[in-house]
Design a protein around this ligand. Structure first.
Ligand SMILES: CC(C)(COP(=O)(O)OP(=O)(O)OC[C@H]1O[C@@H](n2cnc3c(N)ncnc32)[C@H](O)[C@@H]1OP(=O)(O)O)[C@@H](O)C(=O)NCCC(=O)NCCS
Length: 182
């Protein structure tokens, strides 16, 4: 399977934040930004894979700063990592105030997408050609996040299965803001 460089599928979405995107506090809804990020992840992943792709998980969604109505949001996406049938698309979101030209970084997150064939089965994705140090750093970082997520899933599966026999609950909760009233 022939690979593609990161630049092959790198994509940008730019959109004006109109009043209908606002929440009750007058700022842009987090869900509006999530929807734009999901679209961009789809574009990058499908272009690299040459196939339809679905979103399977999203890591590191943190809204560091609010986005105001009237700002222009630019989302930059690139494939950071490919596995066998999955890809990770890294997305950086910037918001610019057109009146004063100030740009702010609002968030960076990582969408894991899985490629699908026309018959709906999961499909292999082409390798990623890493052409610079940033490409290598992003690929290695995604690989580490994947390992941490897999270890986390294994830990929680075991923890939940053993929970009824767990004797440390009182200790674990002693400094938390809850009251045991069983
Ligand atoms: C995505 C989906 C096809 C994966 O099915 P599956 O049976 O787990 O597939 P596989 O076990 O073959 O895994 C395929 C890849 O997905 C990855 N994957 C599966 N579940 C994952 C998860 N929760 N987080 C991250 N990666 C995951 C696997 O690691 C594997 O990666 P690799 O091929 O690079 O090694 C299935 O979960 C699905 O259809 N989900 C719904 C997707 C969807 O509809 N999204 C839109 C939102 S409504």
């Amino acid at each position: 399977m022939e690979g593609h460089p990161v630049a092959f599928s790198r994509s940008v979405i730019t959109e004006l934040m109109v009043p209908s995107y606002a929440n009750f506090g007058g700022k842009v809804h987090g869900g509006t930004l999530m929807s734009l990020m999901d679209k961009l992840a789809y574009v990058c992943a499908s272009k690299h894979a040459g196939n339809y792709c679905v979103t399977v998980s999203v890591d590191n969604v943190q809204f560091l700063r609010p986005v105001e109505v009237g700002e222009v949001v630019s989302l930059m996406g690139s494939v950071n990592y490919v596995g066998t049938k999955s890809l990770v698309v890294g997305i950086k979101v910037m918001a610019e105030n057109l009146q004063n030209g100030v740009s702010k970084h609002t968030n960076t997150c990582y969408f894991t997408m899985v490629a699908k064939s026309a018959d709906g089965s999961t499909a292999h994705v082409p390798p990623l050609i890493l052409e610079c140090e940033d490409d290598v750093r992003r690929f290695c970082s995604a690989l580490q996040r994947r390992r941490i997520r897999e270890e986390g899933v294994a830990f929680m599966t075991e923890y939940k299965a053993a929970f009824t026999d767990h004797h440390d609950v009182a200790d674990l909760l002693s400094t938390e803001r809850c009251l045991l009233a069983l």
